[in-house]
Design a protein around this ligand. Structure first.
Ligand code: ADP
Ligand code: MG
Length: 682
């Protein structure tokens, strides 16, 4: 759209081939990419009163050291150093990861300046910088970029400085004047320079506001024009559904469907029958019975002569789905096969052949499904489970393996309706808002960690009654390795505690998939009664005999994730329990635990959390179910998202948007991204 901006980064003075290669690994290839590679945060060196700092804010404080440093090692390379610090009359814990060398500098009674991130729930600062004495800086507000290899924040700033100098005046102003004026936004050039070379916090905020709005507006325009194009020019095919055989399939199920299941099946089969390509999101709380809905839709499509594919994020889940689908389809003589990383060689080749020649109608798999050599004969329906675990690109690749197949995304993350409309505006949304009859609500308790013995006594009663139990391990940081170490420790502890009585299994992400299979199989066969695990069990695992879910460090998890974990129990007839081991320090943290104990309804949970403190914490970063943006954050900036959604709707409906020069750049941007190309709808 703007040739100068599209030039390779090597046109910037000082950037050679070698640097360009490094930049490429950050996905910076053009001048524009470089200018729009924004800092992921700013370090704030302004010394603050701790009482004025909000949860998760970056902060610099001065305090007096109260204890010597203690260090815990995890393997050879990882370690955690902790000490206590008195700051503004609050006793806090300071943690540094992998900086054991600081130990010598931690002297009781010394005054130090710490820069890091504040966790109000745990009264902890996770440190980035440590200075002896009280250190005041001149430049108190500095950008920090996410970098790799030999690139540093400093070198990156140098390149960006040069790029701004040479090309800044070519930065295209794509926002319509009206909005710039109405919302008092800085120009694109001002905003970009301010984000990289900040004057102060206020101006950065202002600049960010502009870029967020721009990103949302473009996103909304894209989604809404896809939808418009999809409505006006259909590419789907009208599938002829055999109503009679579908009802007898439903009648033969071991249980009657819930009303909500019936409703969403109606919605989906209506889509299948219409000539428009389906693009539908199916939301339903954990245990609401999405799998059987998927099965029914697959049955409908294969009866009409097409193939169906179900893609799931983990191997464990894929295998479980294969098993439950096989049980459902076997009486009808329909084969269900698995395609995953562990299916190799001759076996894999055979399956690929059966898919390509159309003899195999139903395939369930992981990412293995989207490899180049996987071809379908006649793919009519694509379903992805736990859709947020897949990127847009992966979903597109699977979809492109068929000729405009209908697409269904399933998710158990209850996204409040208001947010869902803004974020998934290009999809239709179906909701299963009812659990199968007779399901007991899971009793949830919040216990302090020092009550662990009592929790184990309680667990033992359940075990004596023939039930099983999950124990989810403490989450220390976003490091798989440390989480695994924790799981190993807890496993050892419980094995000793229950020695001679109960068997304890261990599951974590570092196991080979064949090892995971064995662990899972043993648990589902009740050969092990307790399963200690990291959060890998979270998605979709189904062992109805498990009635107790114990979650360590519960305050560390997002409410959505806690709710997902809790959903691993309560899958059978017996009463189930979830015990949150947590010691949150703040009122908000305590309130979150209370909310968990008070409701089992994921939608209520997400709405309450939204009320409590903005949509912030409900969605843990990793599995938000929400799309990724360069600078905007759907959750924190959701008001801007709403505004952009309305503006996009107004623009798209107006005649002038499609002809007026002022909107030319926006139109070209949409065209470039394929949003207006009617052949491509994603
Ligand atoms: P999720 O929505 O979490 O994927 P599942 O599809 O795994 O839920 O269903 C959870 C359990 O409930 C499964 O054992 C399934 O067989 C059972 N189930 C599904 N629908 C019904 C229903 N209408 N009545 C009774 N049990 C059902
Ligand atoms: Mg499921």
């Amino acid at each position: 759209m703007n040739e100068i901006m599209e030039q390779p980064v090597t046109t910037v003075k000082g950037i050679g081939e070698e640097t360009a290669k490094q930049l490429k690994s950050l996905r910076i290839e053009t001048v524009q990419d470089l200018l729009e590679y924004f800092p992921f945060r700013y370090e704030d060196y302004q010394i603050k009163d701790l009482h004025q700092v909000k949860h998760e804010e970056r902060v610099t404080v001065v305090g007096t050291i109260q204890t010597e440093a203690s260090i815990r090692y995890f393997g050879k390379k990882k370690n955690r150093l902790t000490f206590r610090l008195l700051v503004d009359n609050v006793l806090v814990t300071v943690t540094f990861f992998n900086r054991a060398f600081l130990q010598k500098q931690i002297a009781v009674g010394a005054e130090v300046t710490i820069t890091g991130k504040w966790d109000q729930h745990r009264l902890t600062i996770t440190g980035n910088e440590f200075k002896q004495g009280r250190e005041e800086r001149e430049q108190t507000f500095a950008p920090v970029y996410s970098v790799t290899g030999t690139l540093t924040t400093r070198s990156l700033r140098k390149y960006i400085y040069q790029a701004l100098k040479d090309f800044g005046s070519y930065l295209p102003e794509i926002l319509p004047q009206k909005y710039i004026i109405d919302y008092k936004l800085p120009s694109k050039k001002e905003a970009v320079s301010q984000l990289h070379f900040p004057t102060n916090k206020e101006l950065v905020k202002h600049a960010r506001r502009r870029m967020v709005y721009e990103e949302f507006l473009v996103f909304q325009l894209k989604m809404q024009s896809f939808r418009k194009a999809n409505r006006e020019h259909s590419h789907g095919r009208a599938v002829a559904i055999d109503k009679g055989s579908l009802s007898s399939f439903i009648d033969d199920l071991p249980f009657p469907l819930t009303n909500a299941q019936r409703r969403v099946i109606d919605e989906i089969t209506t889509d299948l029958q219409s000539a428009t390509q389906m693009n539908r999101l199916l939301q339903g709380d954990v245990g609401s019975g999405k799998t059987v809905v998927a099965a029914i839709c697959m049955y409908a499509i294969i009866q009409a002569g097409f193939q169906a594919a179900l893609m799931v994020p983990t191997e464990i889940l894929a295998e479980q789905h294969v098993q439950s689908l096989q049980a459902l389809f076997q009486p009808y003589g329909v084969e269900v096969e698995l395609l995953s990383g562990s299916v190799k060689g001759k076996k894999r080749k055979e399956k690929l052949e059966l898919l390509a020649n159309g003899h195999l109608k139903i395939i369930v798999g992981t990412h293995a499904l989207i490899q180049d050599d996987v071809h379908f004969n006649n793919l009519g329906l694509v379903i992805t489970d736990e859709q947020h675990r897949f990127g847009v690109e992966q979903r597109r690749v699977l979809r492109d393996k068929g000729e405009h197949p209908d697409v269904l995304f399933m998710t158990a993350t209850p996204i409040p309706r208001t947010l869902a409309i803004s974020v998934f505006g290009d999809m239709d949304v179906s909701i299963i808002d009812e659990l199968p009859a007779g399901r007991k609500t899971i009793e949830t308790y919040w216990a302090k960690p020092d009550m662990f013995e009592r929790v184990l006594d309680f667990t033992e009663k359940e075990l004596m009654a023939g039930r099983q139990c999950y124990v989810i391990c403490p989450l220390i940081e976003e490091s798989d390795k440390i989480d695994v170490q924790n799981a190993i420790d807890v496993h050892l502890l419980l094995t000793q505690h229950f020695q001679g009585k109960w068997k304890v299994g261990l599951m974590h992400g570092r196991l080979h998939s064949s090892e995971k299979d064995v662990v899972m199989e043993e648990f589902s066969q009740n050969q092990t009664q307790i399963l200690v695990s990291t959060t890998v069990v979270e998605v979709g695992v189904n062992v109805p005999n498990a009635t107790v879910m114990i979650i360590y460090d519960a305050e560390r998890f997002g409410l959505a994730q806690l709710h997902q974990l809790r959903g691993r129990v309560g899958r059978g007839q017996a009463q189930s329990y979830c015990i949150l081991l947590a010691d949150p320090k703040s009122e908000v943290g305590k309130e979150r635990m209370r909310i968990m104990t008070e409701t089992n309804d994921g939608f209520v949970l997400s709405e309450r959390d939204l009320e409590l403190r903005g949509p912030g914490d409900f969605f843990g970063a990793k599995q938000s179910g929400l799309p990724d943006f360069k600078i905007a954050d759907v959750v924190h900036d959701y008001r801007a998202l709403e505004v952009a959604r309305n503006d996009a709707a107004t623009l798209i409906q107006s005649e002038s948007f499609w002809i007026h020069d002022e909107f030319k750049m926006l139109r070209e941007l949409l065209k470039k991204e394929g949003a207006m190309n009617k052949q491509k709808i994603d």
